[in-house]
Design a protein around this ligand. Structure first.
Ligand SMILES: Cc1ncc(COP(=O)(O)O)c(C=O)c1O
Length: 390
């Protein structure tokens, strides 16, 4: 089925592998590590890529190809490659495109493991990263050097839910001939399509809302065909491929992404409005609340506000810990984008090893609480948060 005029939901549901002789309605699972050839010529032509076909599941597999094709259609991308985790996608994308001596300019507010790549591992290969303050995009150009190759950001960010203007990033990237890469994990392709604003490559941790039910890990990078080709060749040799089983799960998850995300966002807005009125909360950050400092930009580039809320509890570090201890219904867990609402307190957990100044540089105050709003009945989630805040 090929029709690029179909809507988002139709693409998500009807982009699927051809039926086998069994005429199955739902695509089966192709648990096969390798594929067979008819003869020597078939094998030769497959290895030289004169034939586009599956050889070995580290290179490609029908289930992973279906998953990648769906994400490409949803993001408006030319090509893509699927990974075992979101971090495998982040690492392999950078490792494939960079050489020793290259330089990255990135927003300082990036996911913790991405920060570890930039600060601990890439310097081992003489790849340096400069951070700009995501809330001061006017400073970005001052960090660009002759050897800068990549401009990188997440929007919204994890965990502080900061927003950056993707169109502005693309203008800067084009002016300085940089590759613009955006981690679109918090928004999903249903809410935001960075390629529309000029982004070269989009990365997702599919572990979050794309799976949406806390079952499997996965990642994907999509975008410009010439760049994906380099990422594909790097990955086919180094082995971070998504497993066919997880690809099968994730491809089916995409069929319901739109309806799930609509409901997540509807619930999140209600919870955010409740938090804004709560006397024990200092401030709330949610992209579609008028009080968000980048509300206008969020409205411009996002269809909905997402399912993540950051709020500042009165009483700092101890109040944050006490809040977690009083939670009854919601889960204390490291994941986000699950059907189950999840609360975390970054200052005492994920970011506890950072100094106060380092935390503040990425908008993590002592009282910051992150809520990943799930799909439970929203009044029950609010009742739990209310009693834990009281
Ligand atoms: C913004 C962002 N990028 C990347 C990742 C890494 O994804 P994974 O856990 O699938 O490796 C995460 C995980 O939380 C994330 O929040």
């Amino acid at each position: 089925m090929e029709n690029d005029n179909f809507g988002f939901e139709t693409q998500a549901i009807r982009t699927q592998l051809e039926r086998t002789q069994f005429q199955e309605h739902s695509v089966p699972l192709y648990l096969s590590s390798s594929f067979v050839f008819d003869d020597a010529e078939d094998m030769r032509a497959s290895f030289t890529e004169e034939k586009d076909r599956n050889i070995y599941s580290r290179f490609s597999n029908p289930n992973t190809s279906e998953f990648v094709e769906k994400i490409c259609k949803m993001e408006g991308a030319e090509a893509g490659y699927a990974f075992a985790t979101g971090m495998a996608a982040v690492f392999s994308t950078f490792a494939a495109l960079l050489n020793a001596g290259d330089h990255i300019v990135s927003a300082g507010s990036v996911f913790g493991s991405t920060h570890a790549l930039f600060m601990t591992y890439f310097p081992k290969w003489n790849i340096e990263t400069s951070y700009f303050d995501i809330n001061k995009p006017e400073t970005i150009e001052s960090f660009i050097k002759p050897n800068t190759k990549i401009l990188y950001a997440e929007s919204p960010t994890n965990p502080a839910v900061d927003i950056i203007d993707l169109e502005l990033l693309s203008v800067i990237a084009k002016k300085h001939n940089l590759i613009l890469i955006v981690d679109n994990c918090f928004a999903t392709p249903y809410i935001q399509q960075p390629i529309k604003w000029g982004t070269d490559l989009v990365i997702h941790s599919a572990t979050k809302l794309i799976d949406g039910q806390g079952r499997v890990l996965g990642g994907v990078t999509v975008g410009r065909e010439d760049l994906i080709r380099q990422i594909y060749l790097f990955s086919r040799n180094t082995g971070p491929a998504l497993s066919p089983f997880n690809a099968w799960i994730l491809s089916k998850s995409l069929e319901t992404l739109a309806v799930r995300v609509e409901k997540h966002c509807e619930n999140a807005l209600i919870v955010a409005e409740f938090l804004e009125k709560n006397p024990n909360v200092n401030s709330v950050k949610y992209p579609f609340l008028k009080s968000h400092p980048k509300y206008e930009i969020a409205k411009k580039q996002m269809l909905l506000g997402g399912n993540i809320i950051a709020f500042e509890i009165k009483g700092g570090l101890e109040a944050g810990r006490a809040f977690l201890d009083k939670i009854k219904l919601c889960s204390l867990s490291a994941n986000i984008g699950d059907t189950r609402t999840i609360v975390t307190h970054p200052a005492s957990t994920t970011h506890s090893k950072l100094s106060v100044d380092e935390r503040l540089a990425v908008s993590i105050t002592d009282g910051l609480v992150r809520v990943s709003v799930g799909l439970e009945t929203v009044k029950d989630v609010i009742a739990d948060l209310e009693q834990a805040l009281s």
